[in-house]
Design a protein around this ligand. Structure first.
Ligand code: 5CA
Ligand code: ZN
Length: 409
């Protein structure tokens, strides 16, 4: 699949710091020291509805990861998937009586437009589940040959007990895992499974559902976790730097994915850090396509909201906190954007070299975007109160805010 166009990242004087980030697996901060090419996999959308503020907040967090790395003069190899075949997509297509392929294409197109408008850097490889199927089948076959997968009726399941590290991403107890598995696409109550948590790797063809040639597995379609593993291993290999997504992906998705990959390769760990963004809520409940309590990026754009203000609204919250979208959040962001634009449009201002370092320090410290906004606020306020004589400062601030925060002033 094609991704979306990249916005330019201005070069800044000096160099940023190595990123220290919270890792769900170890439960604490890790300082990542990638090679010259940092490797990141971020789980993509299931395209059955438009991009909402929750999605946008999660992609914003991982966009910042890339910007911090780019500022350390590394390259970034970023991979993202599109879950363009899965139960929720097929169910929505059936409910609305639309073709599932058309639904997925339409929503993926809209997602690309939203990401472009928000200046999110595009992945180098943007891969759909359907196009990944030829790579998924041999992995499932290999898991079966290793004794880590078994058949139930004609479906193929992964045996979680085959990975000695299973549980090491989310650290949940069995009961919590069971509940979350039932909530998030698993089938813990299906009779005949070796362990109720075992996730499906390959689902045999069902009437009225799309299916593909699965070689020795028979016709069918892939399970959710193996999709991301196949794409990540194909394009990044084991031991990549960051596996990212919202906190609702820690279990089962990232737990299962890590186990699949670790059993397949015999290597540990799949990722050096498992990074999870908090959940954005609306009216007290997690924003979710299944609940329908959504604020869409595309809707705000259609209403004339500047995408830079949407981005500032996201940046005003620490990526790890759960927060609530309100009109006030947006109004505050619009006001801040106005103040910043007016500040950088003046011919001079207070020197800004220290500000650039403050933004760098804040972001390198577990992506503390709110602290970086506060630093820019202070510079703009100082300029407003006392002016300044540095003619290079407004341009430098504008470039730093663009390069490090993805906000075009
Ligand atoms: N296709 C799978 C991942 S392989 C999937 O979870 N798709 S999704 O469309 O449901 O979500 C896309 C990303 O947005 C995931 O990282 C998910 O954790 C995140 N996300 C979903 N809802 C919210 C929310 N309310 N707040 C923050 N992030 C969210
Ligand atoms: Zn995924």
């Amino acid at each position: 699949m094609h991704a979306w166009p990249a916005s330019e990242v201005p070069a800044l004087p000096g160099q940023g710091r190595d990123l220290r980030i919270h890792d769900t697996a170890t439960g604490g901060p890790v300082t990542l020291q990638p090679g010259p090419v940092a490797r990141i996999y971020v789980c993509g959308i299931t395209p059955y509805d438009a991009t909402h503020m929750g999605h946008a907040a999660t992609y914003n967090a991982f966009d910042l990861v890339q910007r911090v790395w780019l500022d350390t003069k590394r390259q970034v190899h970023y991979v993202q998937n599109v879950t363009d075949v899965d139960d929720p997509l097929l169910e929505r297509a059936q409910r609305d009586d639309v073709d599932w392929v058309e639904l997925a294409e339409r929503e993926t197109t809209l997602f690309r437009e939203d990401m472009t408008a928000l200046r999110m850097l595009p992945p180098r490889h943007y891969i759909g589940a359907v196009e990944a199927i030829p790579g998924i089948v041999p992995l499932v076959e290999r898991l079966r040959d290793l004794g880590a997968a078994y058949e139930l009726d004609e479906d193929v399941y992964f045996s979680v007990e085959s990975d000695p590290h299973f549980g090491g991403v989310s650290h949940l107890d069995a009961e919590a895992m069971r509940l979350l598995s039932a909530e998030r696409g698993g089938d813990p109550d299906r009779p005949g499974k070796k362990n109720p948590l075992d996730p499906v790797l390959w689902l045999a063809a069902r009437d009225g559902e799309p299916s593909w040639d699965g070689g020795s597995l028979g016709r069918g379609r892939p399970g959710w976790h193996i999709e991301c593993v196949a794409i990540a291993l194909d394009h990044l290999g084991m031991g990549f730097d960051v596996q990212g997504g919202g906190s609702d992906l820690a279990f089962p998705h990232h737990e299962m994915g890590a186990s699949h990959a670790q059993v397949l390769t015999g290597e540990f760990p799949m990722a050096k850090a498992y990074v999870h963004a908090g959940m954005v809520a609306l009216d007290g409940e997690k924003m979710s396509k299944s609940k329908g309590n959504l604020v869409f990026v595309s809707r705000l754009r259609r209403d004339g909201v500047d995408p830079a203000a949407i981005r500032l609204a996201l940046l005003a919250h620490h990526y790890r906190s759960d927060w609530e979208w309100t009109d006030q959040v947006l109004q505050d962001a619009v006001a801040r954007l106005g103040r910043w634009r007016s500040a950088v449009s003046r011919p001079d201002g207070p020197p800004a070299d220290a500000l650039v370092e403050e933004i760098r320090d804040a972001l390198a410290d577990d992506l503390n975007a709110p602290a970086s906004l506060a630093a820019v606020d202070r510079w703009a306020a100082r300029q407003q109160e006392r002016g300044g004589e540095d003619t290079g400062a407004p341009g430098l601030v504008s470039r730093a805010v663009d390069a490090l925060l993805g906000v075009a002033l």
